[in-house]
Design a protein around this ligand. Structure first.
Ligand SMILES: NC(=O)c1ccc[n+]([C@@H]2O[C@H](COP(=O)([O-])OP(=O)(O)OC[C@H]3O[C@@H](n4cnc5c(N)ncnc54)[C@H](OP(=O)(O)O)[C@@H]3O)[C@@H](O)[C@H]2O)c1
Length: 286
């Protein structure tokens, strides 16, 4: 039997490094509040922050890490190479810019934010990540918003180009209304650990009757039910909040468990209801 989930639970990545199974997202977190909300998250017990170059808040995230009193290796920090920085040379510059902005010695994880730009740009970006990893600047590398066709392309490139590399993590919008069975299967078949963005569906479905029913049964909130759904499916959810009480609420999910009936009620196979962009459907030429 697997050990119960706790706020300190981690998953071992194909790179050999470990990643906390609850992350804290900072998309749309304004720069001027980012350090204080990240500090609150770290005080609450989160040990994993998910940022990106395009969020324009890597600096304040790093400042919160620096001032936390925790050792650097106790915190897992992610950034991403954005769509405008795709391609080998641009990606190398983007990685350098992230180091300059944060002053960090290393990043735990760097992802390709989205599969845009065509094959050469995607594969060149991957090469830049593999090199940064071999230099010890980035510990683990992966992709975000890749469809199965993009994943197949990358797998073929890794095997045939001599560039190699290992996809440790994939990040996608995943929640009960967007379970992405095909992508999750590809990831699991290939040992890729799956992170779930918008695990709270951006707070757009608080009145779903199924969430109301399950919340009432366990005496927990709809948001806590969704985070448990993600964790119990083996995903690494990245809930975002700039509200201190919600930051705490979203981490207070370890005193209850969804049972088979709850999980079945939240099982909507084939549902496709993204609440944001969906680059997974972009063509290979896009
Ligand atoms: N790779 C990608 O393309 C991609 C795309 C999107 C997101 N992400 C990552 O995933 C993270 C999470 O996704 P997200 O920010 O899109 O959406 P989310 O975490 O599903 O939802 C965030 C929204 O829910 C609200 N909220 C949070 N906790 C709540 C609670 N307990 N009760 C009620 N409302 C609550 C937040 O409000 P307040 O903040 O006002 O409290 C905010 O409006 C991002 O921050 C980012 O790190 C990645």
């Amino acid at each position: 039997m697997s050990s119960p989930l706790t706020l300190t639970s981690t998953v071992k990545l194909p790179s050999g490094h470990i990643m906390p199974t609850l992350g804290y997202g900072v998309y749309q977190t304004p720069k001027d509040v980012c350090e204080s909300v990240c500090s609150h998250a770290l005080k609450t017990g989160y040990r994993h922050i998910d940022s990106a170059r395009v969020y324009r808040n890597e600096g304040p995230c790093a400042a919160a890490i620096e001032s936390s009193g925790l050792k650097r290796e106790q915190i897992f920090f992610t950034s991403k190479i954005g769509p405008r920085d795709m391609g080998y040379e641009k990606a190398k510059k983007a990685i350098d810019a992230s180091f300059a902005e944060t002053g960090l010695q290393y990043f735990d994880l760097f992802l390709i934010h989205a599969p845009y730009g065509g094959r050469d740009a995607r594969c060149g970006t991957w090469k830049a990540l593999v090199e940064a990893q071999s230099e010890g600047r980035i510990r683990s590398i992966g992709v975000s918003n890749y469809g199965v066709h993009h994943l197949d392309e990358l797998k073929e490139f890794m095997a045939s180009s001599g560039v190699g590399g290992t996809i440790s993590v994939g990040q996608w919008e995943i929640h009960p209304w967007l379970p992405r069975a095909d992508i999750v299967k590809w990831a699991r078949d290939n040992g890729v650990v799956v992170q779930a963005w918008s695990p709270l569906v951006r707070a757009e479905r608080p009145n779903e009757s199924v969430l109301g029913e399950i919340s009432k049964k366990h005496g927990k909130t709809w948001a806590q039910v969704l985070i448990r759904w993600s964790l119990q499916n083996g995903f690494v959810p990245l809930p975002k909040s700039v509200t201190p009480s919600r930051i705490e609420e979203n981490a207070d999910v370890y005193d209850f468990e969804l049972d088979d009936e709850d999980m079945e009620m939240l099982h909507f196979p084939g549902s496709y209801a993204p609440c944001s962009w969906d680059p997974t459907v972009a063509g290979l030429e896009d």
